[in-house]
Design a protein around this ligand. Structure first.
Ligand SMILES: *Cc1c(COP(=O)(O)O)cnc(C)c1O
Length: 372
């Protein structure tokens, strides 16, 4: 329902173009589409269907529930689960044909005790830690995990690692991580253990550190047309998400009038202002109070006072045409000649683009355009 004319427009054509761009760049390596955290806020089901339509043969999520949601919506390609789950839930991984990440002997013992000899059917990728220090044995220690898996009847399909600073201009640490990953693979091969699938690169790493012998890049942020780095720009990326709303009220302020909770904005002149029915309950951060801008009538309009849970007020004094109730407001995306990027909002809030789209809440409907 769009009673407040507020929604995310998700441009699936742009999404597919981003996938195709990377596919061309990294071929013969393939693209694994990362759709965790509701596809970085873009809607996991709609995005995953588009990925499969454009030929993607593997998806990745963080948690079991995310994979199960995709299965429940008819998505059949392999889905890699990157992260932790309590072994108690192991049979859900199996029933839903989800590929799990092995990162400790203790965890895999737990899974074995639940699944018994059904573990043969479980698809497993091993996560090797080459510098993130989140989960996974180090490159030196991963052999014992892998030997445990093989001795206990697990079938290992893949091995992977993850970059810590692939988004930074200085490449040294990433190159060391890649070396550690390759030495782990070599050590295994010297013991006669050959793991069929290897993957290392995220968005930021994929144009600089991929090797054609790697089977996949794991493409998240860049597939959504968002820049993976503050240090370099990939001009080909097409933003997928536009956040639209509508003017809910228009009024005039006189000098001395204050706006919103805490009276943090006080008019020093006569002003025309509009109200927008979006707030931090939608994931539009309160940190944008007195700082953020939106587009109305093709022009930037500054937020006045605090962002509330469900609404905020903007200055429209400078517009040639006074807005009317129902007029389009763009919070993210373009209108006329102007554009507000996710990166711009992230900079204002001292964070990264990832967090901005991930935190847009379920209250905002996602509408898909550019379907075939
Ligand atoms: C989230 C994630 C990715 C995707 O990273 P982007 O920077 O969004 O491309 C890849 N691999 C792992 C293990 C991840 O957790």
């Amino acid at each position: 329902m769009l009673s407040r004319r507020t929604y995310l427009e998700i441009d699936l054509k742009a999404y597919k173009q981003n996938l195709e761009f990377f596919q061309r760049k990294v071929s013969p390596t393939k693209v694994m589409a990362v759709v965790k955290s509701n596809a970085y806020g873009h809607g996991a089901v709609g995005i995953s269907k588009a990925a499969v339509e454009s030929g993607i043969d593997m998806l990745a999520v963080a948690f079991l529930e995310e994979g199960i949601e995709l299965r429940n919506h008819g998505i059949n390609v392999p889905i890699l689960v990157f992260n932790y789950f309590d072994p108690e839930y192991s049979s859900l991984a199996l029933e839903n044909n989800l590929t799990i990440t092995a990162y400790s002997i203790e965890q895999m013992k737990g899974i074995k005790s639940v699944l018994g000899n059904q573990i043969r059917k479980l698809k497993v990728h091993v996560n090797v830690d080459t510098g993130m220090k989140r989960i996974g044995p180090s490159a030196n220690e991963c052999t014992s995990l892998i030997e445990y898996l093989l001795e206990n009847g697990f079938s290992i399909e893949g091995i992977y690692s993850h970059f810590a600073v692939a988004d930074e201009a200085i490449e040294q640490f990433s190159i060391e991580q890649r070396k550690a990953f390759e030495s782990a693979v070599k050590t295994l091969e010297s013991k006669g253990i050959k793991i069929p699938v290897k993957h290392l690169c995220n968005s930021a790493g994929s144009l600089r550190f991929n090797r054609e012998e790697y089977n996949y890049i794991r493409l998240g942020i860049a597939s959504y047309g968002l820049q993976p780095s503050g240090d370099f720009v990939i001009p080909e990326l097409k933003p997928v998400l536009t956040w639209k709303s509508a003017v809910s009220y228009v009024k005039t302020l006189k000098p001395g009038d204050s706006v919103s909770y805490g009276r943090t904005f006080i008019a020093d002149r006569k002003m025309v202002v509009s109200t927008v029915p979006v707030g931090y309950g939608d994931g539009y951060s309160r940190g944008l109070s007195n700082r953020g801008e939106v587009l109305i009538g093709g022009k930037r309009c500054k937020i006045l006072g605090r962002v509330c849970m469900d609404q905020f007020v903007v200055d429209v004094t400078h517009l040639h045409k006074k807005p009317k109730i129902g007029d389009e407001v763009v919070l993210i995306g373009s209108q006329g000649e102007e554009r507000i990027t996710v990166e711009e909002i992230a900079d204002l809030l001292n964070t990264i683009n990832y967090e901005i789209t991930c935190t847009i809440t379920a209250r905002v409907p996602r509408l898909y355009t550019g379907k075939e």
